[in-house]
Design a protein around this ligand. Structure first.
Ligand SMILES: C[S@@+](CC[C@H](N)C(=O)[O-])C[C@H]1O[C@@H](n2cnc3c(N)ncnc32)[C@H](O)[C@@H]1O
Ligand code: SF4
Length: 471
């Protein structure tokens, strides 16, 4: 099915498209005319006429905006939603909410001292968010605030990005380089580039009087740098940052095929007096799916990596899983959660599959069967129930574009194992110094203005910028 939408204004265009897409996830949705279903918005000062045209009928709605831009956006969203709901006879659990950081709408309500009932009412009335999602959202926001309120305003994060992986996962959209011979030959220079950029970051951190409280080694698979380069980076970090302020160091050892004893031994030494949060990510416990998604490991490898990590004394281990992977059904997913629970990680981050434009899956998705939205929604509820039963709390949440059913990703953890970096990036109140190819730094100014600084995605370009050499 082809769906078109047209507007005589740029106003709320993102929401216009996003809400339509959420109601018709498998349709082609384009700006223009001539679709099987066509939407039109006409803005005339504060008045809006919204129209939906199908082969059989045209339905039109007129409404008036207000002076507050945010409120007007919600008025527009709700009117569009009502039209779509009548047409499709469907409702969306997240209503008209299009943002990727849903807890950000709850913080101010909590700060104003609204009680739970008033907050649910606001979320349901203003955003059409379902009862279940409102409750989950409030729970997460309260857990986040408990931790974040204890931070000084000078607290900041440091991200170190290594966008290199052994193979590329089918669903991956990160600008991640596969480790070819050429990429391998650049690893030494990449490490030097990182250190060069870190040196500049330390100066800025000092100028801004920031204190780094959370460090995140991500990417990619940082372990591909090899132990000597990893040691070089840590040595540089500890020479320049005050150890006593660092509350968390996350190391994404997501792919067990990149973890070895030397790495665990070295990180365990750091873990003696600092909190190293290790990510070992199964995604699924189904070996057949692991093959389909192009990960070079089995679930046995995950179990082995966990056993090794426990042997080296790691307590703070996170496991990422994905709900809705190609070919998987309800039983596969439930088995994954059961299998992961047996490993007893300190945190489990549950993602809903998102079919991203830049991923290989985008071109191959019609080769696989996927769970329907209702099953995904039921499984999300089941996940919350089962994980809470096992003593995990939902502590952070984000949404992505193109997720099956337009749902959410939720981080669950045992109390005391909240991923600080994860919460800080969601709250957007603290500076994030990001180094590495494709890294994005974020600087927060008074009045909540945010400035983003983007690094080049290509590692060769990144190296040549940092080291002023031709690569
Ligand atoms: C920052 S990513 C990468 C972490 C690490 N490189 C890995 O894949 O093991 C964190 C998590 O997001 C999830 N993820 C990545 N791409 C996704 C997609 N297209 N849809 C849903 N979840 C995704 C995976 O669970 C992944 O572990
Ligand atoms: S391991 Fe993570 S970063 Fe690497 S290809 Fe897979 S999803 Fe992408």
């Amino acid at each position: 099915m082809r769906i078109t939408y047209f507007s005589n204004s740029q106003k709320f265009l993102y929401d216009f498209q996003h809400i339509i897409r959420a109601f018709y996830p498998s349709a082609e949705v384009k700006f223009g005319h001539g679709g099987d279903i066509h939407f039109e918005a006409y803005f005339e000062e504060m008045k809006v006429v919204l129209k939906i045209q199908t082969q059989h009928k045209t339905v039109q709605k007129e409404f008036v905006l207000v002076s507050d831009e945010h409120e007007s956006k919600r008025i527009f969203g709700r009117n569009l939603y009502d039209l779509l709901k009548d047409e499709t006879k469907r409702e969306l659990p997240w209503g008209i909410l299009t943002g990727i950081r849903p807890t950000k709408i709850v913080y101010p309500l909590l700060e104003q001292g609204l009680n739970d009932e008033q907050i649910y009412n606001f979320l349901q009335k203003e955003y059409y968010i379902s009862d279940k999602k409102s409750k989950l959202l409030l729970k997460v926001a309260k857990n986040e605030m408990d931790i974040l309120n204890k931070l000084e305003s000078s607290s900041a994060c440091l991200y170190i990005g290594i966008p290199i992986c052994p193979t590329k996962c089918l669903y991956c959209s990160f600008s991640c380089h596969e480790i070819t011979r050429q990429v391998k030959s650049l690893i030494g220079m990449y490490t030097d580039s990182l250190i060069c950029e870190l040196e500049k970051a330390y100066q800025k951190i000092e100028e801004n009087k920031n204190r780094i409280v959370a460090i995140y080694f991500g990417g990619g698979s940082p372990a591909v740098l090899g132990i000597e380069n990893i040691k070089k980076i840590f040595t540089n970090l500890f020479e320049n940052l005050e150890r006593k302020h660092i509350q968390e160091i996350t190391f994404e050892a997501g792919r067990p095929d990149t973890i070895d004893e030397k790495l665990l031994q070295y990180l365990s030494e750091i873990n003696q007096d600092l909190n190293v949060r290790l990510c070992i990510n199964p995604q699924t416990s189904n070996d057949n799916t692991l093959k389909i998604i192009g990960r070079n490991h089995s679930f046995e490898d995950i179990k082995r990596a966990f056993a090794q990590a426990y042997k080296y004394g790691f307590k703070n281990i996170n496991s990422d899983v994905i709900l809705g992977l190609p070919g998987e059904d309800e039983n596969d997913y439930k088995r994954t959660i059961d299998d992961v629970l047996k490993l007893s990680p300190a945190s489990i981050t549950v993602h809903t599959l998102s079919i991203k434009r830049a991923s290989l899956l985008r071109f191959k998705w019609n080769e696989y069967k996927f769970m329907d939205e209702e099953t995904v929604n039921n499984l999300l509820d089941w996940t919350q129930y089962i994980l809470e039963e096992h003593g995990y709390i939902p502590y952070y949440m984000y949404r992505q574009k193109n997720m099956i059913g337009n749902f959410e990703n939720v981080g669950y953890c045992k109390r005391g194992f909240e991923g600080l970096y994860n919460m800080m990036i969601m709250q957007e109140k603290h500076n994030i110094y990001a180094c590495g190819a494709k890294a994005v730094s974020k600087f927060v100014y008074e009045g909540d203005r945010i400035e983003r600084v983007f690094n080049p995605a290509d590692i060769k370009l990144y190296i040549s910028r940092m080291l002023s050499v031709d690569v």
